[in-house]
Design a protein around this ligand. Structure first.
Ligand SMILES: *Cc1c(COP(=O)(O)O)cnc(C)c1O
Length: 394
């Protein structure tokens, strides 16, 4: 293969135009000696609060910690139930298990991959304390509908916005709609640092205070601990990098949207659809930021398409191959596992294609041609028997 490869994502290429600016920002931190609690950390908190449309933001060490701290701040523990989708990254559910609460797995809407409010409605009970909708793949989850469903009950909606900074739901930025928003700055997210980092957003001042306390060993004042917290800090180097990159977030998200629109248009022109299912356009009032462009390949042919793309030097990835309710660690855990047909089908059929801001038009044409070529051949190939066949927990 002599044509250059098209990676799913290339963080070196993404950061290259900002190299000088990044080095300057990092140098300022080196010279300040304030490697923790630096100026950039406080400034970034203010800036992310604005992006999320929330009054407060509290930084922490990762998106996973943000989720854990949210549940800790709400006092969730043994005897409590938290509803989470099974089709998501592990951290959405592990925070519940770590606090000794019960994980209740909800199914997804097969057309959007987002948590299905109808499934949540069936799972709400007297012990439900929180629901964690995930804005998966950069697309908004139906948070408004979940909140309508919850009504006056004291059940907190914690938004897992790790993949979706800048996305909009019902005219409002994600992360600022529920009680708490959780963001991740893992390098592959739409706003990625050069290491780990996370942020919590809320408009509830006492909740913000509690989150800050819990992220700092429950210590206030110094060496006096009123509660048992954890040590979860965003360091000044990450904050400095993230502030440089934040200036470009809106244009990068726009570039992702452009590429997603182009895929939809070009696949439609090519008459794709014999064997692949394209993502839906945004609902009115919603805006996706396309952390992933995820298609479905039914009929057990997903892995064949992935291999076909790899042969042509095109990167693609399966997010996620094994739903959380089938993970070994939850086999004997305190979990509720109803029938999750849409989740299990998605795990066997999804494939994410390159959609990064660095993807050129000609590279994108190659991706489309390669998928369409596979699509055309699909009709003449016998159905494979691949797909997800996991073992259920519980
Ligand atoms: C990345 C991610 C997390 C965890 O973020 P980290 O910063 O890697 O800990 C949580 N939830 C979802 C949906 C994610 O994609």
């Amino acid at each position: 293969m002599n044509r250059p490869t098209i990676p799913l994502l290339d963080v070196v290429q993404e950061n290259a135009p900002l190299r000088e600016e990044l080095l300057e920002a990092l140098t300022r931190v080196v010279d300040s000696g304030r490697f923790l609690h630096g100026e950039d950390v406080r400034a970034l908190e203010g800036e992310i609060a604005q992006v999320a449309g929330a009054r407060h933001a509290v930084s922490c060490a990762s998106g996973s910690d943000a989720l854990l701290l949210s549940l800790m701040a709400l006092g969730i523990g043994p005897g409590d139930e938290v509803i989470v989708p099974s089709f998501t990254f592990f951290a959405t559910a592990s925070c519940v298990a770590r606090l000794g609460a019960r994980i209740v797995f909800a199914d997804i809407d097969p057309t959007t991959f987002q948590i299905d409010p109808a499934s949540v409605a069936r799972l709400l009970g007297p012990r439900t304390r929180a629901v964690i909708p995930v804005h998966l793949f950069g697309r908004p989850a139906p948070v408004d509908e979940l909140q309508r469903l919850i009504g006056e009950r004291s059940i907190a909606v914690i938004e897992d916005a790790a993949q979706s900074i800048g996305a909009v739901h019902g005219g409002r930025p994600v992360g600022g709609i529920g009680a708490v928003g959780c963001f991740s700055f893992y390098p592959t997210k739409n706003l990625g640092g050069m290491g780990d980092g996370g942020m919590l957003t809320t408009s509830d001042e006492s909740l913000a205070e509690r989150l800050r306390l819990l992220a700092a060993h429950g210590m206030k004042p110094r060496y006096y601990h009123s509660v048992v917290g954890i040590n979860s800090r965003l360091d000044s180097f990450q904050a400095a990098v993230l502030r440089v990159k934040l200036h470009h977030l809106a244009s990068w998200n726009e570039a992702r949207r452009e590429r997603a629109q182009r895929y939809l248009a070009w696949f439609a022109e090519a008459g794709a659809g014999e064997s692949i299912v394209l993502p839906h356009a945004d609902a009115p009032g919603d805006l996706s930021v396309w952390n992933q462009f995820t298609i479905r390949v039914p009929g057990g042919r997903r892995d064949a398409l992935k291999a076909h793309l790899a042969e042509q030097g095109i990167g693609s990835e399966v997010y996620y191959p094994v739903p959380l309710h089938c993970q070994e660690c939850f086999r004997d855990a305190d979990v509720v596992v109803p029938a999750l047909p849409a989740t299990e089908a998605a795990a066997g059929e999804v494939l994410s294609l390159p959609v990064s801001p660095c993807l050129t038009e000609s590279d994108q044409r190659r991706v489309v041609d390669a998928v369409v070529e596979f699509d055309r051949g699909a009709a003449s190939r016998p159905a494979a028997t691949g797909g997800f066949r996991g073992r259920r927990a519980g």
